[in-house]
Ligand binder design. Structure first.
Ligand SMILES: NC(=O)c1ccc[n+]([C@@H]2O[C@H](COP(=O)([O-])OP(=O)(O)OC[C@H]3O[C@@H](n4cnc5c(N)ncnc54)[C@H](O)[C@@H]3O)[C@@H](O)[C@H]2O)c1
Length: 371
């Protein structure tokens, strides 16, 4: 199979979807790997390293898209890339379709086969291709939140860890999944007073076994949520309903109970965000202020730390890329229920129920396309 690796063109996105070690694995399995010139540079991988691993280097994105059967990316194709998509081409990447009707309609129109990293799901319910980036984003949420709490950046001017004689900050995390747990670990390690709210009692029970004593675990309903965010210094949005648009849990009027100069990092912004006043931002221009609260809504947080993120991502994605390349799309999805769950769009039809529901479009069972 011909596998294309375009350079990411989303603002300040320096990750790459395949590293030289992965290239070598694909080439030795008999596949052709075409890497756009400079695709790996932001993550520390030169063209020469890819060539040494057996890749062909294409001079531009058009050459990659035109020749590949399978395009492996990191972020969803952005508008300038849409015209390059060929009908029937397989695109394996993060899509987050439920957050954008325009993106969804563009891919329906393209005729591409879209397999979304974020909905590949193991029988246990785990999302193996979202997990590594959620680990990065969760840890980074505290790092970014701590920075924007500084006066210079519009924050209230507080050191999250406190110092002897001065209490630490209060960190409230909505959602105790992978993002929430990783955020809590870092915040707790800094000595902050941490609260995780979740609607899954099972998850709260698990977290109560593994979290340190400065992490409180609270069942989330509207009443407890309002009580907890009062006096929060850093609020982290980390909820997810698999494949669906994020539920709006924080409304504009709720911001009034928070400290002026507090910070919200809404990691769930890639699924639409759980804070009404949040909108997606970029690494170049990450924050804005509403009701005196600093809002941070970068939708590709791991893109800011590409050396770590590219390795973490490709460690998880490579086995699935190999399955697709070695077995072909039909057989790979027949053999792997996890990959089948990743199929979101094929032949102009939506095959993920939550994506169809998000825009009132017709849903088709994914299984009927791989029989
Ligand atoms: N912005 C970024 O760069 C970036 C990077 C990685 C992940 N993400 C996003 O972060 C979000 C969280 O990802 P994750 O891997 O932690 O998901 P996850 O499935 O591991 O965890 C989500 C948690 O949210 C909880 N939840 C659902 N509805 C809730 C509600 N109403 N109130 C409280 N808790 C609720 C669930 O019970 C679950 O424990 C996703 O939208 C993901 O796409 C964003």
């Amino acid at each position: 199979m011909k596998i294309g690796i375009p350079k990411e063109i989303k603002t300040n996105e320096n990750r790459v979807s395949l590293v030289p070690a992965g290239t070598e694995a694909l080439v030795s399995a008999g596949h052709t790997v075409i890497v756009e010139a400079g695709a790996g540079v932001g993550s520390g991988f030169s063209d020469a390293l890819y060539q040494a691993a057996g890749a062909q280097i294409a001079k531009d994105a058009d050459a990659v898209w035109a020749s590949a059967d399978l395009i492996v990316k990191v972020k969803e194709p952005v508008e300038p890339e849409w015209k390059r998509i060929k009908p029937g081409q397989i695109i394996f990447t993060y899509f987050h379709f439920a957050a954008s009707e325009q993106l969804t309609r563009a891919h329906i129109a393209s005729g591409a086969t879209c397999i979304a990293y974020e909905t590949v799901e193991l029988p246990s319910g785990e999302l193996p291709l979202l997990t590594p980036m959620s680990e990065v984003a969760g840890r980074m949420a505290v790092q970014e939140g701590a920075k924007y709490l500084e006066k210079l950046y519009g924050g209230r001017g507080m050191l999250l860890s406190g110092v002897p004689g001065v209490p630490p900050g209060r960190v409230v995390i909505l959602g105790g999944g992978v993002v929430g747990t990783n955020a809590a670990k870092i915040a707790a390690g800094m000595g902050a007073a941490v609260v995780i709210l979740d609607v899954s009692l099972e998850r709260l029970r698990y977290l109560s076994d593994v979290m340190p004593a400065n992490v409180q675990l609270v069942f989330s309903d509207r009443h407890t949520l309002l009580k907890q965010i009062a006096g929060a210094d850093l609020l982290i949005g980390a909820v997810l309903v698999h494949g669906a648009v994020a539920p709006k849990l924080i409304h504009r009027e709720d911001l009034k109970v928070m400290h002026k100069g507090a910070v919200i990092v809404d990691v769930s912004i890639d699924q639409g965000g759980c804070v009404e006043t949040m909108h997606p931002t970029t690494h170049e221009n990450p924050t804005f202020i509403v009701e005196g609260i600093v809002h941070y809504g970068v939708a590709n947080m791991p893109g800011g730390v590409p050396i770590t993120s590219t390795l973490a991502l490709t460690n998880a994605t490579l086995p699935y890329v190999l399955q697709l390349a070695n077995n072909g799309f039909q057989q790979a999805l027949r053999k792997s229920p996890a990959l089948l769950k990743g199929l979101n769009i094929i032949n102009g039809k939506i095959t993920h129920r939550k994506v169809a529901e998000a825009f009132g479009l017709e849903y088709h069972a994914a299984g009927s396309f791989v029989d």
